[in-house]
Structures are given as C-alpha cells and as structure tokens.
Ligand binder design. Structure first.
Ligand code: GLY
Length: 613
C-alpha cells in the first residue's frame, strides 16, 4: 500500500464515487509511496474535510441500520447458503454484522466492520493498535492476510536485557518499549478494498457510532479492566482513558471516534501516514521505538494460506509467522496416525490425555526450533506437515512414555495464560464466502499505553519474540533463532484462524484466542466434532486441557471444567503436575450443515452466534 492519489483521496469523501475510486473493481489506484505530493495536497484539504467527514459520518451512522446500500460494487451472485451467520465475542459485533448484511455487504465487509466494532466495545483485545491474521474463502478461492505487527526499525536483539544479560521483567509486556508497529488497520483496508462490496466508510460506521454514543459496560469487561489496571498502575496512561470502564456505565470514547472517523474519511493509510500516525509517533517519542517511518513503511502481506488434507476435508489455515496452522495440522495428522492407540479410549480419559500430551510435546518442540517470520527465516513448512515425517514422529510415542524435555529449561511455573488477550470471530455470507479472523493486542489492553489524542491502546506484541534464548515468554513458550528480535521482523504467533472445506465448499470456520493454547484448543474442538461426532454446542462445552512441552509434565486445566477426582489422581500417578489456569480459549465457530450455517459461541465467554437472514 502507498499514498492515495488526490483523486482517490477525494473519492473517499464522495459517497457516489466508489466506481471511480476502484477503477478495477477492487483496489484503488495508488501512487508510489515515495511520491507524497498527492498526500500532502490532500492533507491541506483535510482539516476542512475531516469536519465534513465527521458530519457525513454522523449522517451515515444515524441512518445506517435502515439504509440499504444501492451501489454495491458487483452484482450479487446466487445464494449458496440459507443465510449468513457470525460467531463473535460480543453482542455489539453481532449487531454490526447484522447491519452490514442488511446493507448488502458480504462476509469481508462484515468481518472488517466487526473488527472495528470490537476495537470499541472489546477494547482489551479488539483493536486498531494491534495486529492479526485473516483466513478467507472468497468466490471459491482461499486467501490469507498477514497483518501481524512488526518490530520497529530501532529494535535490537537484546533490547529487553540488562547489562548482565538478564531479561528485565515486564519490559516486553508493559509500556512503550513493548509496542510493535500495529497492523490491524492496514489489514482491514487491504481485505475490504480487495473483496468488500460496500464503501469503506460504511463498514466503519457502526464502530464510530459505538465510540460516539457509547456502549454499556458489562461486569466481565470491568473485571478484565480492573485486573489489567493493576499491572499498568503508575507505568502507563491507561487509567486516564479507561478508569470509567465500570459495569453499567455507557462508555463513550470521543477521541477514538475521531480516529475512526479520520480513517473512514481518508482510508486505511491515514493510520500510517496521517494525523493518527503523528499521534502515535508523538506518543512514542522519547519512550518507545516506533517512529513515523516505521508506520509509513508498514505493510499487510497476502500470503499463501497453509493447506492440508485431513479426514476428507481440506484445511485452510495460518502459515508462518503463525506456528498455529503447522501445529494444528501436525496434531490432527498425528492423532489420525495413532488411530489404533486411540480406538476405544474415552474422550478426556487419562490414557487419552496422555497420548494427546505426547503429541503436543512434539508439536511444541518443533515450534520452538523451526518457526519464525518466513520473510527472514526459512521455515521448513512442507517438511513439518509431511505425512511421512509425522508418521515417523508418532513411532516415538508409546502409551508408557514418560514425558519430558530434560535438556530444555523449564517454563515459568506460574505461566500466565490469563494475560493472553486476543480475540476471534467467524463469518459466512449467504454466497458461501467465509472469513476466519483472529487479532490481538497480546496482553489484555496490550501494553497499557494509550495514544493521547487517538484514544486507542497499543499492543505489547514484542513479547512474542524470544527476548533471550531459553527464557519463556508470557505464554510459557520458548522459541529459537528463528524468532529473535530484529528490525521489521514479525514475532512468532500462535493465532490459527482456520476454514475447513468439503468438496470445495465451506464446512467449518473456527478460531480462538489463547496464545499457545490456541492450537491445542482448536484441535480439541475439531476432534470433538469429527472424531466424536458431537454437535457444535457440545464440542465447545466439553472439557479442555493444555500441554506444551514446558513446563515439563504439566497439564493445565480450566476453571470451566477442572480436572479433579479420579482423573486428577490417575494423571498424577503417571507423573503429571496439574496446574489451573484462568483461561482456555473463547472459540467462535460456524459449522455448515448442508446449506445451513450453525454458528456457535464458546460457553466460556460472552460470545454470540447469530444466523442473519
Ligand atoms: N499474541 C498471541 C499470539 O500471537 O499468538
């Protein structure tokens, strides 16, 4: 992406000029990023234009629900499904999707609108100050959009170490130095201009309305705020913006409304080159590493999605810089290879958990060794998901193997999965398109740094790099040379937005937050669905556990359905340590049964599954 031409810029303000803006039916014609003349001219006009855009937005948002869109880009193809559907982490996002579909939007429009809405109503994970991944299936073709954050250009390998070479606690998690260059707005801009049917400003309208008029805070959000605020106390400006996030309060975010209005009016590059970029750079100046140059140079990247055949389905999922797609495919294939050992074992019985834990040891050992940013490290993707390789890996697994990774340093005994804050939503439209989107600030409310004047929090994604060899990050996972800190590099992720296809049609859209728990969570839900033939609601409600090589021989359980009684005793007798964690995913998925979408939201969260006619 680069600077908009003046013509394109003007077209952004012109409600009737989308066809001119998108001459090829998709992307706006953009000038080379080195020629900023058009942008500067445009900026001269922008002070007046933003005011106009704000009032335009007010008109737009006020009448948004009722007003169908007359000038969608292309004629609508024949419906493939009975209805559209979403599974989203809050009801505001579901309402937004409903508005977008009513206006004639497709799954990508809905996804982008949901993403901006959650940046307002789910501020601990929904974001414009973070990044993520989008897996898409549009007009019968799979796509993957990487809008992961990048390390700033001034980042250095040892930036979180003291003079003695020890990791400085908290530096990669809280405050300015934890922040990586955000990718969300670039990602949404890319996705919407390539595949959306509505105008860009239309998909931002619901979010702007929530930011302007406010939304009602629930008890959970306050709880999450209170917890995060303790960690940020005295270290960031978090309280200046979020102290009023209290149960029952109608929470308004005027600065965020202005930021979103600028982005709506000027396009996604405004965040990276316009007033919002200036505000971010100012916030960082003297405290953090991100400069305006980092923002100007940020690009979301279309990558080849990772794909594999399994159990009669085509899995389409996240490639590196996610470890999640590789890990998910490895787990599913290894479990299939171990069919004789699994046959007859009850779901989540002690021998079942033990076999899964052995599979997970192998997956996390590979993650640690081989995975990182594919633009700076050659990740051996094909070899890692190769059938013969995985068949050989499972030969090592025996029912009596005692787990362990003695040569590797143990993870943090008090690994903090509750700090992992990411969110996922799944969307299908009636034309058979699908979006599986996971995006993140990393910790809840990210770094706790709010952009003054911008009204949004910035991520702490730098913690997903390896700060020092052998030292686990907040998720308790270690990584290697493939994931050291370097300028412009993307940190290794576990986010795994996934779509399953059957005979070329979408059959399942699934994903979850949970950092390293993401891949084991999706694996368990898919196993429940396909190996145990559970209905979606049961597949989500079933007990989940997590194991990840480090800490050794440790099985994490969840408060939702703890491991206790005989099962706990049996696992302990095998040598496992059982450790509680406060979080084991918030899966949002849609299964397609024939032509009927069945959305399902995880009972562990406040998500909403909604079929939209
Ligand atoms: N920040 C969590 C992840 O990307 O996996």
């Amino acid at each position: 992406m680069s600077f908009p031409t003046l013509r394109a810029f003007r077209a952004l303000f012109d409600a009737d000029d989308r066809a001119c803006f998108c001459a090829d039916g998709h992307a706006p014609a953009l000038a080379d990023s080195r020629s900023n003349v058009s942008w500067r001219s445009a900026r001269l006009a922008r002070a007046a234009s933003v005011a106009a855009a704000l009032s335009l937005t007010a008109v737009l948002t006020a009448g948004f629900v009722a007003a169908p869109v007359a000038d969608a880009k292309t004629p609508q193809p024949k419906a493939a499904l009975d209805a559209s559907a979403v599974a989203v982490p809050d009801r505001y996002a579901a309402d937004t999707a409903q508005q977008i579909f009513a206006a004639g939007g497709n799954a990508v429009d809905a996804a982008v609108a949901i993403s901006f809405t959650l940046a307002v109503t789910y501020p601990d994970a929904g974001n414009i100050g973070g990044g993520g991944f989008m897996t898409l299936y549009v007009d019968g073709k799979p796509y993957f959009l990487d809008y992961r954050e990048t390390a700033p250009q001034r980042a250095t390998r040892d930036m979180y170490l003291d003079e003695k070479g020890n990791v400085i606690p908290g530096l990669s998690l809280v405050g300015h130095r934890a922040v990586a260059v955000p990718g969300t707005v670039a990602g949404m801009w890319e996705a919407q201009k390539r595949f959306g049917k509505l105008k860009w400003k239309q998909v931002l309208a619901p979010a702007i309305k929530y930011a302007t008029d406010g939304f009602t805070v629930d008890a959970w959000l306050q709880q999450r705020r209170d917890l995060a605020a303790k960690g940020f106390a005295g270290k960031t400006n978090f309280d200046a913006y979020f102290s009023n996030l209290k149960t029952g309060v109608v929470f308004r975010q005027p600065e965020l409304a202005q930021t979103l209005s600028r982005i709506a009016a000027d396009g996604g590059r405004e965040f990276y080159e316009g007033q919002t970029a200036d505000l971010i750079a100012k916030q960082m100046y003297g405290h953090g590493l991100i400069t305006k140059t980092d923002l100007v140079q940020y690009k979301a990247v279309w990558r080849q999605p990772l794909a594999a055949d399994w159990n009669g389905y085509r899995i389409v999922t996240a490639p590196p810089p996610s470890s999640g797609g590789i890990g998910l495919i490895q787990m599913l294939k290894m479990k299939a290879d171990l069919k004789p050992q699994f046959d007859g074992l009850a779901l989540n019985s002690e021998p079942y958990i033990h076999l899964i834990a052995q599979i997970e040891d192998r997956v996390f050992a590979d993650r640690q060794q081989y995975m990182g940013d594919p633009d700076s490290y050659r990740v051996p993707v094909d070899r890692l998901i190769d059938d013969a390789y995985l068949a050989k890996r499972v030969e090592e697994i025996t029912p009596d193997e005692v787990l362990g990774a003695a040569s590797v340093k143990p993870g943090l005994g008090d690994s903090m999965p509750e700090k992992a804050q990411t969110t996922h939503f799944s969307v299908v439209d009636k034309w058979g398109n699908a979006v599986s989107n996971t995006y993140t600030l990393n910790g809840p409310f990210g770094s706790g740094v709010v952009v003054d004047g911008g009204g949004f929090v910035l991520n702490d994604e730098m913690d997903d790099f390896e700060a020092k060899a052998g030292v686990p990050n907040q998720s308790g996972v270690t990584s290697g040379d493939a994931n050291t800190i370097a300028p412009n590099r993307r940190p290794l992720s576990s986010m795994t937005p996934t779509i399953l296809l059957k005979d070329g049609k979408v059959s399942l859209v699934i994903g979850t937050p949970g950092a390293s728990r993401i891949l084991t969570t999706i694996f368990q839900v898919m196993t429940n669905l396909y190996d145990f033939n559970m209905p979606p609601a049961d597949a989500l409600a079933a007990m989940r556990f997590h194991h990840q090589l480090l800490p050794q021989k440790t099985i994490y359980y969840e408060p939702y359905q703890p491991i206790d009684g005989d099962l706990a005793a049996q696992l302990k007798a095998r040598g496992y340590t059982l450790q509680g964690q406060t979080f084991n995913g918030d899966v949002q998925m849609i299964r397609i049964d024939g032509t009927t979408p069945q959305p399902a939201a995880d009972p562990r969260g406040a998500g909403v599954g909604r079929v939209i006619q």
